[in-house]
Design a protein around this ligand. Structure first.
Ligand code: C2E
Ligand code: CA
Ligand code: CA
Length: 301
């Protein structure tokens, strides 16, 4: 028997309200992108930032992604939302390059994006329109999404990668991918989920997982990013374990581009003074026209 539940009604109304407001707000300059640095643990430099969406709701203020992304995914709004985030992130990437900060940007994709056969062409258009080389773009896809529909998502993933875009497995360790599958995946980067690093100090099991995942990634020719780094101790341990990149509040919270830019300059100088600008990067620095052609091999950066 169904009882009248006022709370449930309010919840339903609220959901509809949010969905309608989002539908109306997309394309209306209401999305904001915050950027979080990925730090190169060898040099302390920053080679790339992750773009994290927020929504400036007309009456409720700045909303975090967990409030609206699941609704967007379930109501078919994710394609438009992702393209708007890509447009904003690539536009910002271009502005950084214009002033000499030649860093990459990582954008998150959802499950429905990977089923969208038109996505690679749209991404190619956005890269060209913003004058950003494909190798400056990373796309992050959660392990669970990658496992969902391997056959139907393979074509989209392969085309993106053939263009020279790097693919990262996000939230690695929270899904159920087998090691055999990981070997075959068309990916370049593993992002170990923050739940492991957060217990690095207190749980020897977590430390063993972090250490062995770093070894696993390297033996498969992948780069590894560990997220959720909240302390100096965690950062030091990751450096000792040979981790490539780290991301977390200790190294920098997600921020609007204007606030992040001075910090990026600081990190950029650190990277250059460590003498770590690889030959391939220097080629990029010399001009966009000399960007290496897209390659399907696992190279870095
Ligand atoms: P994610 O991709 O795993 O992003 C990392 C999340 O962890 C971000 O939350 C970030 O603010 C948070 N974080 C960063 N450093 C730390 C740390 O040291 N400790 C802890 N506890 N958390 C940290 P945020 O920005 O709320 O994003 C949540 C999720 O929403 C993201 O998780 C991603 O899955 C999704 N998301 C964000 N923007 C987009 C987008 O444009 N498209 C899609 N499809 N998903 C997005
Ligand atoms: Ca991510
Ligand atoms: Ca993640």
């Amino acid at each position: 028997m169904e009882y009248y539940r006022p709370g449930a009604d309010v919840h339903t109304l609220d959901r509809l309200d949010v969905i309608e407001a989002l539908r109306a707000g997309l394309g209306q300059n209401q999305l904001r992108v915050y950027y979080q640095m990925k730090i190169d643990l060898r040099t302390g430099g920053c080679q790339a930032v992750e773009a994290l969406v927020r929504w400036e709701h007309p009456t409720r203020g700045l909303l975090q992604p967990d409030v609206f992304l699941p609704l967007a995914e379930h109501t078919g709004l994710m394609r438009t939302l992702t393209l708007e985030v890509l447009e904003l992130a690539l536009g910002q990437c271009r502005r950084w390059w214009n002033v000499g900060l030649e860093i990459g940007v990582a954008v998150n994709l959802s499950a429905s994006n990977l089923l969208d056969k038109g996505l690679p062409a749209k991404v190619a258009d956005l890269l060209a329109a913003n004058g950003v080389p494909a190798r400056a773009l990373e796309l992050e896809i959660t392990e669970t999404t990658l496992m969902l529909d391997r056959i139907r998502t393979a074509a989209v993933l392969d085309s993106l990668r053939d263009m020279g875009i790097r693919i990262a497995v996000d939230d690695y360790g929270t899904g159920y991918s087998s090691l055999a599958y990981l070997r075959e995946l068309p990916v370049d980067i593993l992002k170990l989920d923050k739940s492991f690093v957060m217990h690095l100090d207190s749980d020897p099991g977590a430390a063993a997982i972090v250490q062995s995942t770093i070894g696993l990634a390297h033996s498969l020719g992948l780069r590894i990013v560990v997220e959720g780094v909240e302390s100096e101790t965690a950062m030091r341990r990751l450096t000792d374990y040979g981790c490539d990149f780290a991301q977390g509040y200790y190294l920098g919270s997600p921020q609007p581009a204007e606030e992040l830019t001075p910090l990026l300059w600081h990190r950029w100088n650190q990277r250059c003074s460590a003498g770590s600008v690889p030959a391939e990067d220097r080629m990029v620095t010399a001009g966009l026209e000399r960007i290496k052609p897209a390659s399907a091999s696992r190279t870095w950066p």
